[in-house]
Design a binder for this molecule. Structure first.
Ligand code: FPP
Length: 234
């Protein structure tokens, strides 16, 4: 496995449909989705992926029934509590993107604990997109730039694409090389809009809880065959 993507981002879709297929409540579909997270984090770390961004909760997901929102928040807390020791032992760094100030306090406490514990690790960065929206991220960056313009910290002629990138949540990360979306949907759903300008996409019909190491390797080997020209000619 040469040419491993440095940054893989995944839209973890199809938990609800998986639950329906198995005659289970939606919450159990999300629970099965967490099992897929465990597998894919481990495998990504093993393969030498540097950044794995998982779309765990979008700015639009607040519109779901309160019961489902609560069960997702609980799964996040349970995941962090139960996995933190092993993630830490495997040198994983925990990070998040999105406005986590709107998450329940218990989630923020566990996240803070996980950042603190893992910040000096050197392995995979597990980047959780939580209350994340690509348009919201761009608007937030523009607001911050306006503040810096008004205070004289930067001047208009200094604003370049690179400078703009430094105002995004992903400021310390490379753009995603590969974006994966399972469950048969072919859209970006407000995920990494700025950062995906030159990402390669990989879609699959299986639902996220059925996503295994095999699918990750298939996506990567497909990616390795792509000719990335970034607008240039060879
Ligand atoms: C999409 O499936 C999935 C989500 C909106 C949530 C993903 C979250 C988790 C797997 C668990 C919580 C996160 C962590 C980090 C532990 P869907 O419900 O839209 O599926 P459907 O389209 O089939 O209904």
């Amino acid at each position: 496995m040469s040419k491993i993507p440095r940054h893989i981002a995944i839209i973890m879709d199809g938990n609800g449909r998986w639950a329906k297929e198995h005659n289970l409540p939606r919450a159990l579909g999300h629970k099965a989705g967490v099992e897929a997270i465990r597998r894919i984090v481990k495998e990504s770390n093993k393969l030498g992926v540097e950044y794995l961004t998982l779309y765990a909760f979008s700015t639009e997901n607040w519109k779901r029934p309160l019961k489902e929102v609560n069960s997702l928040m609980k799964l996040l807390v349970d995941y962090l509590k139960s996995e933190i020791e092993e993630l830490n032992a495997n040198d994983v760094v925990i990070n998040s993107i999105g406005d986590i100030s709107k998450l329940p306090k218990i989630c923020r406490v566990e996240l803070d604990n996980a950042y603190e514990k893992t910040r000096n690790n050197k392995g995979l960065t597990l980047n959780l997109a939580l209350n994340y929206g690509g348009r919201n991220e761009i608007v937030d960056a523009v607001k911050e730039i306006c503040l810096d313009l008004n205070s004289g910290k930067i001047s208009e002629d200094k604003i370049t694409e690179d400078i703009f990138s430094n105002y995004m949540y992903t400021r310390d990360m490379p753009d995603p090389d590969l974006i994966i979306r399972p469950s048969g949907e072919l859209r970006l759903s407000n995920f990494l809009l700025w950062q995906s300008a030159y990402s390669e996409f990989w879609f699959s019909n299986i639902n996220w809880p059925d996503f295994h190491e095999k699918e990750l390797k298939l996506a990567i080997s497909d990616y390795q065959k792509r000719d990335r020209r970034f607008g240039k000619v060879k």
